[in-house]
Design a binder for this molecule. Structure first.
Ligand SMILES: [Zn+2]
Length: 273
């Protein structure tokens, strides 16, 4: 069986499942690059069980408390509140992007891995780092990387990365977001809005000709908006850079959900007599 046939069969069997298929609909939206979003499946770098797990996360058929109560209609599932924050319904979207208990560690780690990858790629491209370096997931960017030779500086603060090209008087304000699939469009416009004031300010202070706000947005389940290609091109990074970003996003998301589900639900305080 060729890789292409295998992939088509996977996609067909996926479409046929009645409860599944939500993700396929997500991918049909005009702002989404369908092919790029399925790249991880086509390359096939995940273990089969992780691949299956990610598909169930994408299709929202994971054994969360909300799923047990409202989809399986398990009579024992009385309470669907999150086992960690005890506030919101425990849906898969809540676990992968919105649980306030997870924000500081797991989501930040996933976000930072993508920032570090892009930072490293830019630093190598602009000769601020030698071409042979450690893997991006072991890489910690310095707050400021500068060389007099190229007259270029990369800051790593807020936004995630600022690339300043003093020779050409251009700056790039680069900010990463890894939202839920239905929030991709909003995340892109939010970034542009958030940095528009800073953009005007640094044009004036640094006396620049041009400042670009560059949102790098992909969903936590690896869905790639067409806009990401635009941002990658603007930074003059390799066109396939999105593949590593997608891998970092989905591996971290699978880890977050696995760890979350392994934890036994705490007994809600209002049920203790
Ligand atoms: Zn929660």
């Amino acid at each position: 069986m060729t890789a292409q046939t295998a992939e088509n069969e996977k996609l067909d069997s996926w479409r046929r499942k009645q409860l599944h298929g939500r993700h396929i609909k997500d991918l049909e939206q005009p702002h989404i690059d369908n092919e790029a979003s399925n790249k991880w499946l086509k390359i096939g770098y995940l273990f089969p069980e992780t691949e299956g797990f990610l598909i169930s996360i994408q299709d929202q058929v994971v054994n969360t408390k909300n799923y047990r109560k409202f989809i399986i209609k398990d009579p024992c599932a009385l309470d669907d509140r999150c086992r960690k924050c005890h506030k919101n319904p425990e849906t898969i979207q809540h676990i992968i992007n919105a649980c306030p208990v997870l924000t500081q560690n797991d989501y930040t780690h996933r976000h930072n891995q993508i920032v570090h990858y892009v930072h490293q790629k830019l630093a190598i491209k602009h000769k601020l780092l030698p071409p042979k370096v450690q893997p991006y997931y072991q890489y910690t960017p310095k707050a400021v990387l500068e060389t007099i030779l190229t007259d270029k500086t990369i800051y790593c603060n807020r936004p995630d990365i600022t690339l300043l090209d003093k020779t050409h008087k251009i700056a790039y304000l680069i900010d990463v977001a890894v939202p839920n699939t239905h929030n991709i469009k909003k995340a892109i416009t939010d970034k542009i809005h958030k940095y528009s004031e800073l953009k005007e300010e640094i044009i004036r202070i640094w006396n620049l000709d041009k400042v670009y706000i560059v949102p790098l947005v992909l969903s936590s389940t690896g869905v790639i908006p067409k806009h990401l290609h635009h941002s990658i091109k603007l930074l003059d990074l390799p066109q396939n850079a999105y593949i590593t970003m997608q891998k970092a996003a989905i591996l971290n998301t699978c880890r977050i959900v696995r760890r979350f589900l392994q934890e036994e639900p705490a007994i809600p305080t209002d049920q203790i007599s």
